[in-house]
Structures are given as structure tokens and as C-alpha cells.
Design a protein around this ligand. Structure first.
Ligand code: GLU
Length: 286
């Protein structure tokens, strides 16, 4: 990586900060390097699961660890009108449609699974549907979007080269959820563009999401970042993490007397970072 990178760590406060977050935060800071910018963004659009208490706890744990954002931390729930404006643009371009199907109706009609394991929407409402008394979700018409782009966009994965996108295998994904009116893919791509993120760092569990996010970036004319998906923590012997391994979160380790340095240097954190791509010029910065 030769340019000064802007990276971000974008946790969702659905629970307390755990070692998986520590890997993501550290990896993002390492990838920013000394000349780059490391940002923290709180992705709390799911207001049912992300409470103000959990957000406050997350901020406190990050401060304790010394993971500090180069700019004031952006909190997505405070910017909902900005995401609504993007939806409006896509709606005007007839790239979105309302869908009234219930989860159950979709499960019964669906026949395909997307690369990320989600169910591919069978397209029931694509050509117009109304259902009095039901709130719709808004879906991206993926076929139309790819037609507009005349391409299935791929991405640059650091250390691995160009990766072929698979957006066509996702079908019509939800961009505005029924409960929150927005969605993860929408908010994350909007904010990465707005904040000038050049290097999207995150766990390998979100690798496949990149295909969809590249479509949104291209539709909206947003800059293309590069991507670096880090290895996930695996417990000893591939088992789920135990309490002793920090499964209950950074605050439990802290109460047990661990220092911030020790948590950052936790063997499971080290192991995940060692299994991740880090350019030679970024390595020592811990
Ligand atoms: N907020 C997302 C999560 O905590 C991560 C988003 C991203 O890094 O793209 O799973």
C-alpha cells in the first residue's frame, strides 16, 4: 500500500466489545499505518438491538484499549436522513421497488441461496404489488442495476488481487428494512464514501457482502476503496470461545485484572492477525 490510507473500524453495539472486535479494531489501525488515518464508526441503525447503554459501553471499552478515532466518531443512528436521501435517488431512478412479502412467504417460494448464505428473494413483488395494511421493505432491482452498470463489479482485495464480484447471485437485496427504514449495505457504503475511506478493513465473515456494496458504489458514483478482510478468531481446537478465552467481552477481562496491553496482545488476537494479510511496511506498528 503506497498511498496514505484511511481505514475504519465499524462496530455494531449489539453486545459488549469482545476479542473479535479487538482484532478488527487493531487490524484497521495497523492497516492505516503511521501516515494514514484510522476512523471509528458506530453502526447502530438496528435500534432494537443497539441500545444507548451498549453504545456508551463500547465507547468506554475502546477508550480503555486506546483505540482512538482520528476524527470524531460517526454514529449512524444520528444520520438517518442522509441514508433516506440515497434511497430517494435510487427510487427516482426506478432501481428500488416495494416488497410486501413476509419472511414466511419468501421462505416458501425461494429456491436459491446467495453467496453469503442468505435466501435469494424469488422476485414476487418485482413487477408491482400492493398490500393494504402491510408496510413494505424496499428492494434493489439487481437485474436492472447490473443492466445499468453493464457489469458485475469486482473488487481489489489487498494481497489477493482482483476478485470477481457475484452480485448477480444475491438477487434483489433489501435496502430499506421495514423496522428501521435503512439497511447495513446502504449505510456502510454511504459512510465509507462520505468519510473518504480508501481501505475497507473488516472480518472475513463480510467478504461476500463486498459484491453487493460494489454495486451500490457504482450506482451512486462513489469512489472504489480497496478491501482487506482479516482472519476471524477461532477458539482453541476450533471450538467456540470459552469464558476464559474472553468470550464474555473485554470488560470481563478488565475486571479480572487484564491490562489494555495484555488484551491487545491476547494470544487469540495475535493468532488472527498473523493469519491476515498485512503489508511488510505495516507490520511492526502495534
Ligand atoms: N457494522 C458491521 C458489523 O459490526 C461491520 C461493517 C463493515 O465493516 O463493513 O458487523
Amino acid at each position: 500500500m503506497t498511498f496514505p490510507a484511511t481505514t475504519r473500524f465499524a462496530p455494531s453495539p449489539t453486545g459488549f466489545l469482545h476479542l473479535g472486535h479487538v482484532v478488527s479494531g487493531l487490524y484497521s489501525r495497523i492497516m492505516a499505518g503511521e501516515s494514514g488515518k484510522f476512523l471509528i464508526r458506530i453502526e447502530d441503525i438496528d435500534t432494537m438491538r443497539c441500545t444507548p447503554e451498549l453504545t456508551a459501553a463500547l465507547r468506554e471499552d475502546l477508550d480503555w484499549l486506546g483505540l482512538v478515532s482520528a476524527v470524531p466518531t460517526r454514529q449512524q443512528s444520528k444520520h438517518l436522513p442522509e441514508y433516506q436521501a440515497v434511497l430517494e435517488t435510487l427510487r427516482e431512478r426506478r432501481l428500488l421497488y416495494p416488497c410486501f412479502c413476509t419472511r414466511r412467504e419468501i421462505a416458501e417460494a425461494a429456491t436459491q441461496t446467495a453467496p453469503d448464505g442468505s435466501v435469494v428473494y424469488p422476485g414476487t413483488c418485482r413487477h408491482g404489488a400492493v398490500h393494504a395494511g402491510r408496510e413494505p421493505v424496499w428492494r434493489l432491482d439487481m437485474g436492472r442495476a447490473l443492466e445499468v452498470l453493464q457489469d458485475v463489479p469486482g473488487w481489489q482485495e489487498l494481497g489477493h488481487g482482483r476478485i470477481a464480484g457475484r452480485a448477480d447471485a444475491f438477487g434483489d437485496i433489501v435496502l430499506a428494512r421495514r423496522d428501521t427504514g435503512v439497511s447495513y449495505h446502504l449505510c456502510v457504503t454511504h459512510d465509507d464514501a462520505l468519510q473518504g475511506v480508501t481501505t475497507v478493513t473488516r472480518g472475513r465473515d463480510l467478504y461476500e457482502a463486498t459484491s453487493v456494496q460494489r454495486v451500490l458504489q457504482n450506482l451512486m458514483g462513489w469512489a472504489e476503496p480497496v478491501y482487506a478482510h482479516h482472519a476471524l478468531i477461532i477458539g482453541p481446537d476450533g471450538q467456540k470461545l470459552s469464558k476464559r478465552d474472553g468470550a464474555e467481552g473485554v470488560r470481563v477481562l478488565r475486571q479480572e485484572g487484564w491490562t489494555a496491553r495484555q488484551v491487545l496482545d491476547h494470544p487469540l488476537v495475535r493468532q488472527a492477525l498473523e493469519a491476515s494479510f498485512i503489508p511488510a511496511d505495516r507490520r511492526p506498528d502495534r
